[in-house]
Design a protein around this ligand. Sequence first.
Ligand SMILES: [Fe+2]
Ligand SMILES: [Fe+2]
Length: 135
Amino acid sequence: MPLIQWNKQLSVGIDSIDDQHKKIINMINALNDALAEGQANEVLVKIFDGLAVYTVKHFGYEEDLFAQYGYAETQAHKNEHESLIKQVTELQQKMNDGDFIISIKVMAFLKEWLTNHILKTDMAYTEFLVSKGVS
Ligand SMILES: [Fe+2]
Ligand SMILES: [Fe+2]
């Protein structure tokens, strides 16, 4: 069973963003599966790197929309993105230094931050962006 299951409660009501969130969820699930299968560290590192790159891209997509339409909560939202990227980068650094093995704790952290961020911070822009015609 996947670590995170997509469901309608996770929908922000904007298809392009839902698709990106689904992709991030798939990547976290892939990492979790690889971990459960006892895959080599190189495999885990590769999936993790892909997840980090795609997450930065997704955050950029949201922030470009905020800038384009003048979203009032831009700064607070960006701060949250920045802190998440910082944490992921730290994990990545540890992995690259070889003193880190992806653990259940890391998977719980990834699941937690993603779902919390979508449910609280991302959901908050739905009404505004939909009113601007973003789909
Ligand atoms: Fe966000
Ligand atoms: Fe998001």
